[in-house]
Design a protein around this ligand. Structure first.
Ligand code: EPS
Length: 386
């Protein structure tokens, strides 16, 4: 799906840590561990997280691709150590271990457990669950923060906020033409990243209830991107379309179950004349009367802000577990339970920003190209249409 950018992550939730490589970033981008840390800290916050986030202080060390504060065009390598590794050294030992701990054999409905056991012929669900954990998104955010910095330097701004947790929906009419970075800044001040302060209280109540019931809740969040030129992505082939690339990127995150572009699903109950955004001209540039298409038409950015919503399902690890069956004995039992979060929707909205950043950087490099940031900027200046 990516044409210019590549990234890979490695690491288990309670292993030594996470590794990430991001390849394709031009030379000359200023980036520091401090800037990456700021994004990681945003992901760690959010009402409803469990005890794990009190243990970790996520910090990604730069191991390659950066010299004297700037990228050198080489792959960027990051290392993020898990502090919790100290408590898991036997269970997650790289070498054979005499005290490996009890095997997990009770698959959790909604998790990768059962399909993963069947696929890999494992005798311990831990081999599946450790990798299929939201911990991995810490590295996505670390790598994504490099992309976010690149976008910022070429005038593309990205932000996000939470619009729904369980049945509590924000009623706020957002001004999509305001700066996405200030939308994010305001959301960051809310424990649930919700801009509707009345609904924030109800969201917190719902999370408290889920927690006290040993349950979990999901929700919806929105990512907004402004400052995009016309023509990122293309209508000419299925895998070039910007919205399909964003959809794949978003849907690759654990527990993300759907994506909506612009006014999305609500378009089903409207006439075409109510949905499509009329075109005008203000003497300088084309204008639009609305942005129901969420900034993308025919698979291309159309100069309007991108508006993308995504839904996260409730986390499958439940303190009051659902029914399951022991993988080996076939005895009816309750599913495996371990320390978990009752709600990770605020954190998911930060991860979603990164997932969009990867795609936009790839599409920008595809359209404008350049081995250095200066080359990229001059290419945009020559041919970028806004
Ligand atoms: C997760 C369970 C919890 C979360 C974890 C994802 O971890 P633990 O089992 O250590 O308590 O906190 O998320 C993170 C560690 C993170 O950095 O986001 C799970 O089961 O997916």
């Amino acid at each position: 799906m990516f044409t210019k950018l590549r990234y890979l992550t490695s690491g288990e939730s309670h292993g030594k840590g996470l590794l990430g490589i991001l390849d394709g970033i031009p030379a000359g981008l200023e980036i520091s561990e401090r800037e990456i840390r700021l994004e990681l800290a945003r992901r760690q916050r959010g009402y409803g997280r469990g005890a794990r986030m009190k243990i970790e202080i996520d910090f990604a060390e730069i191991w390659g691709g950066v010299r004297h504060g700037k990228t050198i065009g080489a792959p960027i390598g990051l290392l993020l150590k898990n502090k919790d590794w100290d408590n898991w050294q036997n269970k997650m030992d790289i070498k054979p271990n005499k005290k490996p701990g009890k095997k997990v054999t009770l698959p959790r409905p909604g998790h990768a457990d059962l399909a993963g056991m069947q696929k890999y012929d494992f005798d311990d669900i831990r081999n599946v669950l450790e990798r299929s954990s939201a911990r991995e998104t810490a590295m996505r955010v670390a790598l994504g923060s490099v992309c976010k910095k690149l976008l910022h330097d070429i005038g593309i701004k990205i932000g996000s906020h939470v619009t729904q947790i369980y049945k509590v929906r924000s009623d706020l009419e957002l001004d999509y033409y305001s700066c996405p970075e200030s939308i994010s800044e305001n959301a960051d001040n809310s424990p649930v990243r919700c801009l509707d302060l009345d609904k924030e209280k109800d969201m917190i109540k719902v999370i408290d209830k889920a927690k006290s019931d040993g349950d979990s809740v999901g929700g919806v969040f929105e990512v907004i991107v402004s400052g995009l030129p016309y023509g990122l992505g293309s209508h000419v082939q299925w895998d070039k379309k910007l919205h399909s690339r964003i959809a794949q990127s978003m849907m690759s995150v654990n527990a993300f179950k759907g994506i909506e572009v612009g006014s999305g699903f609500s378009q089903a109950e409207k006439f075409g004349s109510e949905v499509h955004d009329e075109i005008g001209f203000d003497g300088m540039k084309f204008t639009r009367s609305s942005n129901n298409c969420g900034g993308m038409e025919g698979g291309m950015s159309n100069g309007q802000p991108l508006i993308i919503k995504s839904v996260m399902k409730p986390i499958p690890t439940l303190i009051k577990p659902l029914k399951s069956v022991d993988f080996f004995s076939k005895e009816k039992k309750l599913a495996h339970k371990e320390r978990t979060d009752s709600c990770a929707v605020p954190a998911a909205s930060i991860v979603a920003e990164s997932m969009v950043c990867f795609v936009i950087v790839d599409a920008v490099l595809e359209k404008f190209g350049g081995d250095t940031m200066d080359q990229l900027k001059s290419h945009i200046k020559i041919s970028g249409k806004y």
